[in-house]
Design a protein around this ligand. Sequence first.
Ligand SMILES: Nc1ncnc2c1ncn2[C@@H]1O[C@H](COP(=O)(O)OP(=O)(O)O)[C@@H](O)[C@H]1O
Ligand SMILES: [Mg+2]
Length: 171
Amino acid sequence: MVKDLQQLSLAEAGKLKLNLSPVNLNELIDKVCHNFKWLAEEKGIMLHHDHIPNNCSPRIDADRMTQVFVNLIGNALRHTPSGGKVEVSVQQQGDLVLIRVADTGPGIPAEKLPHIFDRFYKADASRSRSESGTGLGLSIAKGYIEAHGGVITVESQVGRGTVFLITIPVK
Ligand SMILES: Nc1ncnc2c1ncn2[C@@H]1O[C@H](COP(=O)(O)OP(=O)(O)O)[C@@H](O)[C@H]1O
Ligand SMILES: [Mg+2]
């Protein structure tokens, strides 16, 4: 966690050194989803990543972006109840890549949404530390995406689900 905080501080200061190279997003997302397959099956959740263009290879830091996906998909799987769905999709629009991680979980109340990218913020205070993470995952995701010159946003509806949207330049 100390390492996470260091990375986060560097990212927020705009001083994070990224290891940029063209990375096939389809392959990267496929790998992450493959690693979550057991958890999705155990929880009875459909984890989909269909129709991801195979020629979409933005210059990104593969390790950092993997960490972002692990957190977003891990969060989605943790919050979504059995019978639900988690969907990852990618679209290229001109010089931008749009990435979407959507779930059919409980959603996040509107008053909590503005805080979920804050350090150590956990929307569900009753959740024990061991059951979930440290509350750093989304702030790190935001730091890493912004270090790539990108943007991460969230849309959520209580009772329906949550969508995280990432936009990064192709470069
Ligand atoms: N997909 C989601 N559905 C519902 N709540 C979410 C989702 N993703 C994140 N959250 C809320 O945002 C908080 C912060 O997420 P994060 O920074 O990844 O911390 P952590 O996963 O360690 O709790 C979570 O504790 C949870 O309350
Ligand atoms: Mg998390």
